[in-house]
Design a protein around this ligand. Structure first.
Ligand SMILES: *Cc1c(COP(=O)(O)O)cnc(C)c1O
Length: 377
């Protein structure tokens, strides 16, 4: 047995769409990116979506569009991936680390309130593992303090929380299509908003400052008209090289078609795990998983003997991970030290188990069997 922790689910459909992009011989920023953005907006129920090369880029630009003065503070969870807080540093802002809620391990609203001060300008909740942050509390709390809300949706793709899709609660939502996430484009991301004005410069910001549909322009290069300025563009904003390309978007279009079926499979797997470990003594699910309601990118357990269990599972060919080392424990973020005891205690117990759409039932049973054996020792 050799069971991977994460694995993208790729079929003939992805290959077919990629082949079409090959045949078109347009594989950079092009019409497929627009089509994917359009379909993503319709599917999520959001006014504007812009395709990027990662969620890291989405988080960077999400903060950038507000033009916050240098040195202002942004509230971010400690229990998250580096990108959530690095995006704050990219913008010359200061991350303020917030502890986790002890039940959901999402941002604690109580600790948010403790860490807030007048220099804070924004908050970035992360729906950790896919479990929703209590947005019905966070949004009014943030509004009262005039804070912008950017949702990091890298762990969830398609959850509806209290009647509203995750990613549309805040001012801006950021999604990841990195290969470990709920759906993938290899690498990729999407920035979304219900306020198109807010994202008006993002198309230029993602593509070296040029706000033009270059595949349309390319057709005009040879169109018979009297316009000699088809090549003209003006640079008005600083841009990065953050665009999605047509190869990635082609994969994304296929993954989006398959997403309901893929999300269903994720839920099935989580239900099997929950059932299989429900009576164990030393191993418990980390979160109050609700696989019938929400989409989860990760299945994490809390284990009393973390290191022994990791080594035991290794010996059985079962890959594990640890998501995450809280950012307050990372050398890079030492200058922004902040008291986050819940997240830092969990670090010594959490183990991420394999969760991906192509996991076979016998593999899940094999993992559960080994968890039970270890618990029995
Ligand atoms: C993966 C991840 C990101 C970054 O996504 P990329 O698309 O790889 O840049 C950001 N935030 C969280 C919480 C993540 O897990």
């Amino acid at each position: 047995m050799n069971i991977r922790l994460f694995k993208p689910s790729l079929t003939e459909l992805e290959l077919k769409y990629v082949r079409e992009a090959f045949e078109r011989a347009w594989i950079g920023l092009g019409p497929k990116v627009s089509e994917f953005e359009q379909k993503w907006s319709e599917w999520l129920g959001v006014k504007i979506s812009i395709g990027l090369n990662s969620a890291t880029a989405a988080l960077h630009l999400a903060l950038r569009v507000f033009g916050f003065p240098k040195g202002k503070k942004v509230l971010v969870p400690s229990m998250t991936f580096s990108a959530t807080a690095s995006a704050v540093l990219y913008n010359d802002l200061v991350p303020v680390f917030v502890d986790s809620d002890p039940i959901t391990l999402g941002m604690s609203i109580e600790d948010l309130d403790r860490k807030y001060d007048k220099d804070c300008v924004a908050v970035i909740p992360v729906h950790y593992c896919g479990h929703p942050v209590a947005m019905e509390k966070l949004i009014p709390w943030a509004k009262e303090r005039n804070l912008k809300v950017i949702e990091d949706c890298a762990h969830t793709t398609g959850s509806i929380y209290q009647g509203k899709p995750l990613g549309t609660w805040g001012d801006i939502g950021c999604f990841s299509f990195e290969e470990k996430k709920c759906m993938t484009t290899g690498d990729g991301g999407m920035i979304v908003s219900n306020d198109p004005e807010l994202l008006k410069d993002v198309k230029a910001m993602r593509w070296v400052g040029i706000d033009k549909d270059n595949w349309k322009t390319a057709q005009e290069y040879t169109a018979m008209n009297k316009d000699a300025y088809h090549w003209f563009y003006e640079l008005k904003v600083l841009g990065w090289k953050y665009n999605m390309n047509d190869l990635a978007a082609s994969i994304g279009l296929a993954q989006l078609e398959r997403l309901p079926e893929m999300n269903k499979r994720r839920s099935e797997i989580i239900k099997k795990y929950l059932e299989g470990i429900k009576d164990l003594e030393t191993i418990k699910p980390l979160l109050p998983y609700e696989p019938d309601k929400y989409v989860y990118q990760m299945f994490v357990i809390r284990a009393e003997r973390k290191e022994d269990l990791i080594i035991y599972l290794k010996s059985k060919g079962i890959a594990t991970g640890c998501h995450y080392t809280p950012l307050t424990m990372q050398p890079l973020f030492k200058p922004y030290l902040s008291y986050c005891p819940v997240a830092e205690d969990e670090y010594f117990k959490i183990i991420t188990l394999p969760l991906h759409v192509d996991l076979k039932n016998e593999e899940i049973e094999y993992i559960i069997h080994n968890l039970r054996e270890f618990d029995n020792e």
